[in-house]
Design a protein around this ligand. Structure first.
Ligand code: C2O
Ligand code: CU
Ligand code: CU
Length: 415
């Protein structure tokens, strides 16, 4: 933070070039660089001030996905930054530690802008002490997983058609093709973001080892949840802790699922452990006191059609829902079609049940985005924010970017 206690960030959305496939280069976009953007960091209570300059040559926005902040600062489709322009939102971070992220949100062209490379992580810290690995770059590692399609000459293929839009056949982690990571500690925390346009991954290790989920989108779980597979859909984040033995090598993979949108059987990251590993702290039994979800009396239902919600496509001039500040409500995500997911801006929710069944432990923590398998009813206990603004809406939408672009999005205001 500066002398005035304000943490300032200068972000330039710019055009660049990247070489993903060896020897082949492609035009890309990035934030302060050629592809993706810096990992930002702030602490609960910090005042943050952004200067976001648009140098990509077309109108765009920058949305703080997972951040709880006034709607005018949210960077949704109403906060357009014209080419050459600078947008300067400012807010006070007031939420628990979490792995959030930023990406453009221009109505109708979010697919292109994210796919070309405009995205990055925004890590939030707080004063709650918990013994998790936290040395960034050593045992606290971001993993931004994205799929791409390349033309024969190595350029990014922008084929956004079809039911789901772009389903790539090559993977990048943090913008790197064929990545590996040198493990130097007995435990590593990975902050995983699915930053893909559409693909869903079922993460796991080649030797099927058990690992622990410690946080979901909006913060820590009550206690570490052991899993050997972890489904992650676009926009979701999970923090996991993985144990390693000296000298071993293991592959983080994506396994096949049973929907068309699942990314089947691919290598994601090669992990190579050093011959000597520095000992990490034991994984704590309890991470945070997490109250049971507060289930409000107001129930709203959102029927997910092919590219609409409740039969309506996004209209920038229409407010779909009016919600009292600080409300607790039950939102029923009623998917009557194929795979989607559901994200709500400025809110935090808990998954109550999916088709009447309680979710697995690792899906019981605080979230802002959830997968919605075809033909299922997911019930969410949602807590809304306190930033009243009857004139400026927040969004809820499917985070499969083609669906979002085609209008599978609605707007709500907090009053
Ligand atoms: Cu990740 Cu409405 O956004
Ligand atoms: Cu968002
Ligand atoms: Cu969808």
């Amino acid at each position: 933070a500066g002398a005035d206690g304000v943490r300032r960030f200068d972000l330039r959305l710019r055009q660049g070039r990247s070489e993903f496939l060896p020897g082949k280069s492609t035009p890309t976009w990035g934030v302060n660089g050629d592809y993706l953007g810096p990992t930002l960091r702030a602490r609960r209570g910090d005042r943050v001030a952004m200067a976001v300059t648009n140098e990509v040559g077309e109108p765009t926005t920058l949305h703080w996905h997972g951040m709880r902040l006034p709607a005018r600062m949210d960077g949704g489709p109403h906060q357009t930054i014209q080419p050459g322009g600078t947008w300067s939102p400012e807010w006070t971070v007031d939420q628990p530690a979490a792995t959030t992220w930023y990406h453009p949100h221009p109505h109708g062209t979010t697919s292109q802008h994210v796919y070309r490379g405009l995205a990055g992580l925004f890590l939030l810290d707080d004063d709650h002490e918990v013994a998790l690995p936290k040395t960034y770059g050593t045992d606290d590692i971001p993993l931004v997983i994205q799929d791409k399609k390349f033309t024969e000459d190595g350029r990014l293929d922008e084929d956004f058609g079809g039911t789901y839009g772009l389903l790539g056949d090559q993977l990048l982690v943090n913008g790197t093709y064929d990545p590996h990571f040198q493990v130097t500690t007995t435990r590593v925390r990975f902050r995983v973001l699915n930053g893909s346009n559409a693909h869903v991954y079922h993460l796991g290790f080649a030797d099927n080892r058990v690992f622990h989920v410690v946080a979901s989108d909006a913060g820590l779980l009550a206690r570490p949840a052991p899993v050997d597979r972890l489904r992650i859909s676009p926009g979701e984040r999970f923090e996991i802790v993985v144990g390693f033995a000296p000298g071993e090598q293991v592959l983080l993979k994506g396994f096949s699922g049973d929907e068309e949108i699942d990314r089947g059987d691919y290598d994601i990251l090669r992990l190579v452990a050093a011959a000597q590993l520095a000992p990490s702290a034991e994984l704590p039994q309890v991470l945070t006191p997490l109250a049971p979800p507060a289930v409000g009396a107001t129930v709203r239902r959102f029927r997910l059609g092919g590219t609409n919600i409740n039969g309506r496509e996004m209209d920038m001039a229409r407010i779909d829902e009016v919600i009292p500040a600080g409300a607790h409500e039950v939102w029923e995500v009623d998917n009557i079609t194929f795979a989607h997911n559901f994200h709500i801006h400025d809110a935090v929710f808990r998954v109550l049940d999916v088709d009447g069944e309680e979710p697995p432990e690792h899906l019981r923590g605080p979230k802002d985005t959830v997968f919605s398998p075809g033909k299922t009813l997911t019930r969410l206990a949602v807590e809304f924010g306190n930033h009243v603004d009857p004139a400026m809406p927040y969004m809820y939408h499917c985070h499969i970017l083609r669906h979002e672009d085609r209008g599978m999005m609605g707007q709500f205001v907090i009053v």
